[in-house]
Structure formats: C-alpha cells, structure tokens
Design a protein around this ligand. Sequence first.
Ligand SMILES: *Cc1c(COP(=O)(O)O)cnc(C)c1O
Length: 446
Amino acid sequence: MARKRKDIAFPEKGTPRDQVLREMEAARDDDAKWKDGKSFAYVYYATDEHYDFLKKATNMYFSENALSPMAFPSLKKFESEVTSMIADMLGGDRKTYGSLTTGGTESNLMTVKAHREWAKEKRPTPHPELLVPISAHQSFDKAAHYFGLEIKKVPWDADFRTHAEAMKEAITENTIMIVGSAVEYSRGMVDPIKELGEIAQEYKVGFHVDGCLGGFMLPWVKKLGYPIPDFDMSVPGVTSMSCDIHKYGYGPKGSSSIFYTSERLWKHQFFASVDSPCGAYASPTMTGTRGGGVIAGAWATVKSLGEDGYLRLAKDAMDATKKLTAAIDAMPDLKVLGKPDMTVFAFTARDPAAINIYAVGDELQRRGWILDRLQFPPALHLIVTPPQVKVVDRFIADLGECVAHAKANPGSVAEGAALYGLLATFPDRANLKKVVLDFLADQYKA
Ligand SMILES: *Cc1c(COP(=O)(O)O)cnc(C)c1O
C-alpha cells in the first residue's frame, strides 16, 4: 500500500479520545452550516428538541444488529410497526407489505430487483426494460446498471410535466415496470400517477411510485388544503412505493422505506442462500448487517412526531416555500420552473443571455447559501425545511443582490459556474461520464 502522507499512515499508537474529538470539531469548520438554515440541500432538520430526542433514541440501539430478527425481537417490532404506520400514511391496506432500507436509493434498487424477479415468472422477456420519465431519480439508472436491465426515458413537455400518453406510447413487450415520482426531485412536481396506474393495468406492467422526497410531505400538504393530485398506494395499478424517512420524515440519516401492494412482490425482494457452511442465510434488503440505531430512530421519530407534529412542520415549510416562490417570480430577472406541488422547487434566469444562473449560485455560496445546481435548463434548486423559515427574508434580499452582481459582471464567471456550465454543454456525453468518474475518484483521494 502506497503511503503518501505520514499523518494518514495507519496510526501506530492510539490518540487520546478527547484529542480525537477536538480534531473532529475543528474539521467541521468548513462544512455546510445547515442548522442556521443556509443549506437548501442535504439536511432535513425539524427542531432542536426533536434532534436531541432522535440522538437518544438512535444511541439506545447503537450496537444492535437487525440482521437477525430472532436475536433482537424489539427491532423486528419497531420495523414492522413503523412500516405499518408509514403504509397507513401512504394509502396502503392490509395487503401492503414493506421493509426499511438505508436510503431512497436502496428502496428504489429493491423494487427494481423485485419487479425483475416478478417479470421472470409472470412476464418473461429476454431484454427487460424500465420505463421512466426523464425526471426520475438517478437511482433508477443505477438500478439498471447494477441489475443488468435497460432503461428508457420519456421526455417531459415544455412545462416540465410528464405526459402519461407519452409514457404509454413508449411501452414495449420488454417493459417490465414504469415509474412515476411524487414528487420528482428537480421541479418538485407530482407525476400523473392516476393515469400511469391505468396504463400499468392495461399493459400488465409493474408501476412504482417514487415517494422518496414527497412521501412524508404530500399527505400533510394535502391535509393543509393544497390541491394535490392522487399520488399514493390507493391509486389502482400502483405496485410499489418508496418513501424516505431521512428526508421529510426527519428520521436518522440512513432510513428509508419501500412498500409493495402484494406480499408476493415483496418477497421477490428477498434473498436466501442455504448451502454455505456458514449456515442458512436470508435477508430482506441489500445490506447484511443492519444498524439497529436507524431502525429504532425511525420508529421513535414517527411515534413522537405523529400526524399533528408533521402537520405543524409541513405548514411552516409550505408557508416559507410560498413566500420564496412568490418573491422569486416577482423578480423581473428570475422565474420558478414548472408548478411545484410542495416544498421543493427550482428557479432560473428569464433571459439566460443576460444572467448566468450558476454565477448567481456561486455568489450566493460566497455568502454561505448552499443550493444544488440543475441542468437542462441551468437552474438553482431549493429544498425548504423548518430552519429556512427564519431566514426567508434574508435569502430573498441576498438573492436580489446576487442577481444584480451577476448581471453587472457577465464576464467574470467563477470557477463553480464555469464547471457547471461545462458539464451541461459538454458535447461528448460518453466521455463526460469518464471525466466525472475521474473527478469523483480525485475527491476521495487523500
Ligand atoms: C433523494 C431521492 C432519492 C434517493 O434517495 P437517497 O436517500 O439519496 O438514496 C430517490 N428519489 C427521489 C425523488 C429523491 O428525492
């Protein structure tokens, strides 16, 4: 093994714990300051009280392993109870079964795997394909890549809407499942789930609703009186739905859930190996050892917040979102993309020739605001959570100044904007993939 720097060679002697902790504290200096509401991505924070409670609940099961339901019946109880509670929130019934996973990606991987096994039995085809809207999360590309399936994408219309009719036309005898999102990540819109459900039934294909982002928000937004189209497992034709607990569920990082509208399909997710000298082995999801802390923490979160708690949090986030989208749409140089259904949205420049929106993102970042960058068209992305409620006015004021700055300095495009601009316009897309993978490797090299 090549040792590049002395301080990262394997430590010969242990370091005192308090010194290690001090080093960790110092290392965080440059990290996103999410608690102050300046990060519109990555962290979903409810309240200080919830955070302290969640740490206690998770720590209580810090060492336990849910790999064996026999060894830790309490974790089995937490998992089956919390999946039942979430299924109830998402229009499930007595035939709904689900599992906890480590994240939305694992949830989506699992349903693709389950549908692949189901198709082998019920709808065999030599070239199984997933059919997804262009806005579907990248975890479906990952699933196709991991599981050896094809993936086809259906473009959206000029208003960033997925058209059920276009999805229908793209179905072939190789299609084993279609996907709709509630909501999709980029514009925060609900796909036409009811229409897609009808199509899935007509063509006898699986239909997954990706509720990773919206699953824990849409039910409350609907209860608050906002018009939300049908999106959950009560829609005929839906065969599975995913829902992240570590996003708007405000659960511990590493918690998500996946549900099936039949026990049979759920079991197609499982894996068993019986001939190893290590013993018979069976596991429901991708991972082997499953940390007990996240399972206990997920249960404790839902139990402690309850419908009234989630409704309060949803109302705050929705109020802040409405204020933000109204303010942005009122700015002569900016516009919100599409018609966001909940607390996630993106905005871009009305005239891309006059303003480089990525340069606006860089200028915001210089002031400590963290926003995701989107492409096609270039845009900035916001996920609104409770900590943002207090900083809405400050953000709007800063945004106005950053737009003015970008407008006044069209030539001076910072490094970040140049990079994102390059990514979006790089002509050789196959080679771009290699460039991005090299970049990723560089990020993790010490
Ligand atoms: C976040 C997200 C996922 C993936 O979830 P991870 O927890 O990041 O793995 C999938 N779908 C949608 C719509 C998402 O927003």
